[in-house]
Design a protein around this ligand. Structure first.
Ligand SMILES: [Zn+2]
Length: 238
């Protein structure tokens, strides 16, 4: 057992290694715990769930230990989903059902129960008595919807831009500019996030601290003089 004190003194790499060592699913993958494998390649593995909801209930996971979906490398995540497509097809051949519920929970709050990201592939039959995940319908104020959507759109846009830029530089293109976000992107981002704008104008020092604590935000504002930006934004505001 590792004590709290020991844990505090560990590097993130050491903690990750410890998680790998203790993870039940990593033990299954290493063969230290027996399992019933349905499929395995160099990246993913699929085993029968020991508490199946239906006949052929599979767990699909990466062979590397990844605690949550966002940290899985893109090509591995893509391969994982491709594999799922073939598993669903195989279910049809083997069990005469093309219908399956794929249950993905990312994070404990969302219902993720394992420390190793995985998803459930549950073959379904008519009147099998299993619950379908009924998504409740909630109402939100138009203002809230606008805020969520605008924040989401700008974030996804920036991430995809970064992803494409990364792809281009990997495929042997010209070396990427060390500043992945254009001033246009940044202006758009500030415009779409009034709370960020207010902070830069009124509390530039506080905002700098936030940048230090948030690597993603820091990357966006790389090379930007926050004090100058603060003055510029307050002048535009007037
Ligand atoms: Zn694991």
């Amino acid at each position: 057992m590792v004590t709290e004190e020991e844990l505090k003194n560990m590097t993130p790499e050491e903690i990750a290694e410890l998680q790998r060592k203790q993870c039940v699913f990593c033990k299954i993958i290493r063969g230290e715990i027996p399992s019933r494998k349905a499929y395995e390649d160099d990246k993913v593995i699929s085993i029968l769930d020991i508490n199946p909801a239906s006949k052929g209930h599979l767990l699909v996971m990466t062979k590397e230990h990844h605690p949550i979906l966002p940290v899985i490398p893109g090509e591995v995540a893509a391969h994982m989903f491709r594999t799922t497509k073939h598993l669903v097809k195989a279910l049809k051949q083997a069990m005469v059902t093309l219908r399956a519920t794929i249950f993905i929970a990312n994070g404990v709050v969302a219902g993720q129960q394992s420390p190793h990201f995985l998803y459930h592939l549950i073959p379904r039959e008519e009147n099998d008595g299993l619950d379908n995940f009924n998504i409740p319908s909630n109402e939100f104020k138009e203002e809230e919807v606008k805020q969520h959507l605008s924040a989401l759109k700008s974030k996804v846009g920036l991430m995809m831009k970064e992803y494409k830029a990364g792809k281009k530089s990997r495929s042997g293109g010209a070396k990427q500019d060390s500043k992945p976000f254009s001033q246009y992107d940044l202006a758009k981002f500030i415009d779409e996030h009034p709370e960020v704008k207010e902070k830069i104008i009124n509390q530039p020092e506080e905002f700098k601290k936030e940048l230090e604590a948030n690597p993603e935000l820091k990357k966006m504002f790389r090379g930007i003089n926050i004090n100058k930006l603060s003055v510029a934004l307050s002048q535009i505001k007037k």
